[in-house]
Write a protein that binds this ligand. Sequence first.
Ligand SMILES: Cc1cc2nc3c(=O)[nH]c(=O)nc-3n(C[C@H](O)[C@H](O)[C@H](O)COP(=O)(O)OP(=O)(O)OC[C@H]3O[C@@H](n4cnc5c(N)ncnc54)[C@H](O)[C@@H]3O)c2cc1C
Length: 404
Amino acid sequence: MTAQGHQHLGIIGGGIVGVALARSLARRGAEVTVLEKEARLSQHQTGHNSGVVHAGLYYKPGSLKATLCAAGRVSIREFCEEKGLPYREVGKLVVAVDETELDALAEIERRSLENGVPDLTRIDDVSHLREIEPHVAGVAAVHSPHTAIVDYAAITDTMAQDVRAAGGRILLHSEVTGIRLENGRVRVITPLGEHVFDRVIACAGLQSDVVARLVGADPSPKILPFRGEYWELAPERTDLVKGMIYPVPDPRFPFLGVHFTRGVYDNVHVGPNAVPALSREGYTWLQISLKDTWESLRWPGAWPLAKQHWRMGVDEISGSLIKPLYFQKARRFVPELTMSDLEYKSTAGVRAQAWGRAGDLLDDFAVDQVGPVTILRNAPSPAATSSIAIAEYVIEHYLAATPA
Ligand SMILES: Cc1cc2nc3c(=O)[nH]c(=O)nc-3n(C[C@H](O)[C@H](O)[C@H](O)COP(=O)(O)OP(=O)(O)OC[C@H]3O[C@@H](n4cnc5c(N)ncnc54)[C@H](O)[C@@H]3O)c2cc1C
């Protein structure tokens, strides 16, 4: 039996990372309880994302993002195969639309090769580009044939079945509002009652800094919520895109830029953009939390960040409010796209992006430890891809070595 085998472990958060962790621990014989504040699992980032299983093209070689994405991609594929869940390798093109983007494309190619992205190829002639995506425009690209699409909410539900089958509990409507350390154990308070655990692991996404503060951890990094909005392609126009078409991202910014993704149910969505959300769980401009907005504005990092990125901010917000501007971004790669092809604004997701006091946006996954409480502080994309590998990493580095 492992160090976790005889322990009662509490996990805060019923997104894919919390549930993957619960599953890994339950399979090792631990008694696990997942506490989720919503009425269902996957109500935040996990249920509102692009559904892409990333192959690891962009991440700094050697970083946690790079290593856990590579391992996580394989684990998610095996999980979907084992459970009969959809897993479609539709492939991805990252396209340089003109010569000014070639250096940045070369850097992505270099990182991809260093990260061991399987079967990646560089494409320099347009006819080859068009064999892969017949409607794309650009001067060069890299192609990752094993980048895949899945349904992360379905994966999380299936992992939750494994947790229950192994004797674990998943408690909904259970928002953690207090955490107290008592004689080496952890008392967790929810509106439905209190629980005492040997160890607690928080995977609270958009609320990870709020939960960290409950246990007296450093308020930094704070979570800056960035909404990503999608438009849906009209069904009769989805043949414009066979797999995924991405721009060359701006290396100064942690988001990938508006892209085309064929979803697992054959819809094609365009997005996401990246606009500041006016509430941690603000899925539209009308969902405003004065508290969240005020807390972001008075954070020491607010002005350095605004000074550095205000142009991009204005550009993204304009694209959110004015459809023709969003359309122009998308049409750069697919010139046959017309404005009416963007049929309606579909779902949006809010990214939990950790943000330091100096205005720096944290690039890598980050974990903190306060006594018997482990807190996942930054788990943005590709954390859904990496979820099973993140679970194994947390167990190995934070739980296995320090039994209660
Ligand atoms: C627009 C968008 C597109 C993305 N695209 C991709 C992609 O294509 N591929 C990819 O790999 N990743 C993608 N990501 C990132 C990915 O979705 C997240 O990294 C991943 O879902 C994080 O999982 P999580 O479990 O940490 O967080 P979440 O899914 O946000 O789960 C956290 C859970 O904690 C709960 N919670 C919070 N506070 C409390 C509390 N006090 N008590 C109890 N419960 C609490 C919340 O209700 C929530 O259910 C995308 C994200 C967004 C927003």
